[in-house]
Design a protein around this ligand. Structure first.
Ligand code: ASP
Length: 338
């Protein structure tokens, strides 16, 4: 039987009603008591490393999750991390970059309704995540509402519904219905989740240097360029959520000029889009072409969740901006963009 470690961090899944509002209160062992039948498919151990609403997740806490996996790596075949849904997409992406050459499944899950409530989605999500963590697959995933999503493509789209997470710009890796996993056969099984027999010989290690000095700037018509001086003084990298396929104002409000000043000052400037689907291309419109002549970093079709964590990781691990650009623009797995 496979040995699986459940790492609890809090979230709605572990919450109860209190006078102050819904609050994470139960630990990993109590969570597992809600799904006793799962013991028939694997040996489960539960540890609680924090008990937070994931609104309060931050890079240092993400590092603690990576360290918990590292500390227990040799003793388990797979890992399930229970986590609040609000920032789960960010943590899943951060773990993807921090867990270098991870050779086992790491599956994040949570729920929209607390596990103690009658109509909860937690038991199904948790059982699905545990089943998936018993598969001979490697990488970081999010399990939610019967879907397994690659850890760098999971985005929370809805605040209340059970089908809250979507896989953006990449198909879901697998579906689970009534406990049966159907892996998406249309996928090219790159080294992300290929079968373990194909053996990954590179050694697993965690790389947890994350640079927190980054900023995400969403453009809007009429945004004053003055904010850029503040960014220049205070941050090492900025992600600009541009319009459409990569449009950045260049007339009365000349943001393109501000971008070039940032680049001259050695700030990493990443261009992404406010549109969730299909990514950027700066070579179509004149406004984009002016920008493309500068050393901006292209986000392709990455989600802002994945991009922000990839930028933190890149700035934490590389000194040189060329290396940061190359790392962000190169998919860490051969068959997709992240
Ligand atoms: N606010 C909660 C959290 O992210 C929401 C949830 O878990 O669904 O911790």
């Amino acid at each position: 039987m496979k040995k699986i470690l459940l790492i609890a961090t809090g979230g709605t899944i572990a919450s109860s009603e209190s006078e102050a509002g819904l609050l994470p209160t139960i630990d990993a062992k109590q969570i597992l008591e809600y799904i006793p039948d799962i013991e028939s498919i694997c040996h489960l151990t539960g540890i609680s490393i924090m008990s937070i609403d994931s609104t309060n997740m931050n890079p240092k806490r993400m590092v603690r999750i990576a360290e918990a996996i590292n500390d227990n790596y040799k003793d388990y075949d797979g890992f399930v991390v229970t986590h609040g849904t609000d920032t789960m997409g960010y943590t899943a992406a951060a773990l993807t970059y921090m867990l270098e050459n991870v050779n086992k499944p790491v599956v994040l899950t949570g729920s929209q309704i607390a596990i103690e409530a009658m109509n909860t989605d937690a038991k199904k999500n948790l059982s699905d995540a545990i089943r998936f963590s018993c598969e001979e697959l490697r990488g970081v995933f999010v399990a939610f509402d019967g879907k397994m999503i690659s850890g760098t493509h999971a985005v929370k789209m809805k605040t209340r519904s059970m089908d809250s997470f979507k896989s953006i710009n990449f198909p879901a890796v697998a579906d689970i219905m009534l406990g049966k996993i159907t892996v998406n056969s249309a996928l090219n099984y790159g080294n992300h989740w290929e079968k373990l027999e194909d053996s990954n010989t590179n050694t697993f290690q965690i790389k947890t240097n994350l640079c927190e000095n980054i900023f995400i700037l969403k453009l809007f018509p009429g945004m004053k360029p003055s904010i850029f001086s503040f960014i220049k003084e205070n941050y090492k990298g900025v992600i600009i959520e541009s319009f459409g396929i990569g449009g950045i104002p260049s007339e009365e409000y000349d943001i393109v000029l501000e971008v070039s000043k940032l680049i001259e000052a050695g700030i990493a400037v990443v261009i992404t889009t406010q549109c969730l689907y299909e990514g950027i291309d700066l070579n179509i419109y004149a406004v984009g072409k002016r920008l493309a002549k500068q050393e901006v970093i292209y986000a392709a079709d990455m989600t802002t969740e994945a991009l922000s964590m990839k930028l933190m990781w890149a700035l934490g691990n590389y000194q040189n901006l060329k290396d940061v650009k190359q790392f962000i623009e190169t998919p860490i797995f051969a068959d997709r963009n992240y």
